[in-house]
Write a protein that binds this ligand. Structure first.
Ligand SMILES: *Cc1c(COP(=O)(O)O)cnc(C)c1O
Length: 400
């Protein structure tokens, strides 16, 4: 549970700063707020941490995706390539802007497979959304190379790997835009919240205007007199979220370091189990270690191992069966797409007759996710917990 485990006096102090002024909104109230701008400060510190030009706080990771897609001018009918293994929000955001999510396969990183991306490109493709799932990155360098060749935009969904990097550069900063989620489960939490980052001034401006009804945030006039050039909506982060984010950001590197130690210890335990292999990490240094993913040669063995581990108090997830993170399991999403298929152009053979999000399109995901187990890693894992995991692993290995 990462950041949520560490909520303490630092968060309280930042939140109290806000409550003492009583100004909960990020814009306006310049006299009353006594120089306190928590959201703005969080954005500045977050941009600095990621070594990116602009960061914009928003209400959630889901709204961050929508704000970024809108800033990138993704329009109805455009196709956006998205991996089969991701949280539902990535697909929902594409539908929210009227575009078509095109499902691509994953590779041994459990993230978007660059080779599959290339096969899904059509004349209607506008963007690619690589998602850095379960704490670690995709082959982001290769995906960005493909995007350059085909002149596509890249939006990194980095909701699950905040603080992660690839060869020293932070995940979320490789694409034209990147997003983060700070919901309660995520590595850094503000209860609910999100961030949009970009090195592009133009895209960042559009995101900022869109997320606040088009307001251009001109410091020379009052909010009521501000200009506007595009339509927008309200996805503003509030000052309490900004305050929490500031305190949490200062703990992020330490938190990742603790998780890495815990993960390494459990990895050594599992390394002794016959047949176990680990997920490919494009850059192990840049892993955030929020999860440990390991696999067996076949699904039957994985299931058997999972059952014995579970019976001994250690839970793991097989994402092929997960209801929220694997496209073929989203019957309500597929029903919506079928019902609305007339709205979509039929340029891509995938859509002939009906839109297809079937398992036959993603053989690698079907294979890899079916025999992979994912274990959550906590920041605080006391010796007793580690000993219990060791005992459970030994029992499950003996039962194989
Ligand atoms: C959590 C998550 C989101 C959405 O973030 P919220 O803040 O919960 O709206 C988007 N994409 C992925 C991959 C996520 O895990």
């Amino acid at each position: 549970m990462a950041g949520a485990e560490l909520i303490g006096s630092e968060e309280m102090k930042e939140v109290m700063d806000v409550l003492e002024t009583g100004v909960l909104m990020r814009y306006g109230f310049d006299k009353e707020r006594k120089g306190i701008f928590k959201v703005r400060q969080f954005e500045e510190e977050f941009a600095k941490y990621c070594e990116t030009r602009c960061a914009l706080g928003v209400t959630s990771g889901s709204s961050a995706l929508k704000v970024a897609l809108t800033a990138m001018d993704i329009c109805p009918g455009d196709e956006v390539i998205v991996p089969a293994f991701t949280f539902l929000a990535t697909y929902e955001a594409v539908l929210e802007v009227g575009a078509i999510p095109v499902m691509a396969d994953i590779d041994e990183t459990l993230n978007l497979d660059p080779a599959s991306v290339e096969k899904r490109i059509t004349p209607y493709t506008k963007a690619i959304i690589p998602v850095h799932m379960c704490g670690s990155g995709a082959h982001i360098d290769k995906i960005v190379d493909i995007a350059r060749v085909y002149q596509l935009l890249v939006l990194e969904d980095n909701a699950q790997a905040c603080g992660g990097s690839f060869k020293g550069k932070k995940l979320g900063t490789f694409g034209d835009m990147g997003i983060f989620s700070f919901d309660y489960y995520k590595t850094l939490t503000t209860g609910e919240g999100g961030m949009v980052v970009s090195d592009s001034k133009r895209l960042s401006d559009r995101a900022e205007w869109y997320h606040d009804h088009g307001h251009d945030h001109n410091p020379k006039v009052s909010r009521a007199m501000e200009g506007r050039s595009i339509l927008g909506f309200n996805y503003r982060m509030n000052e309490l979220q900004g305050a929490l984010g500031l305190a949490q950001l200062r703990k992020l590197d330490w938190l990742i370091g603790e998780q890495k130690k815990n993960k390494q210890a459990i990895k050594s335990m599992l390394g002794a189990v016959p047949g176990v292999k680990f997920r490919e990490l494009p850059d192990p240094e840049g892993d955030t270690a929020t999860f440990l993913a390991f696999n067996f040669p076949d699904p039957g063995t994985a299931e058997h191992f999972q059952k014995t581990l579970g019976a001994n108090g250690v839970d793991t997830v097989c994402f092929k069966k997960n209801l929220w993170h694997y496209v073929p399991n989203w019957e309500h999403f597929q029903a919506w797409c079928t019902a609305n298929s007339q709205r979509f152009p039929f340029s891509n053979p995938m859509y002939r007759g009906k839109i297809d999000y079937g398992r036959h399109l993603i053989p690698q995901a079907e294979d890899i996710l079916g025999r992979t187990l994912v274990m959550g890693i906590s920041v605080k894992m006391p010796e007793e917990r580690m000993a219990a995991i060791q005992a459970a692993v030994e029992k499950a290995a003996a039962a194989l």
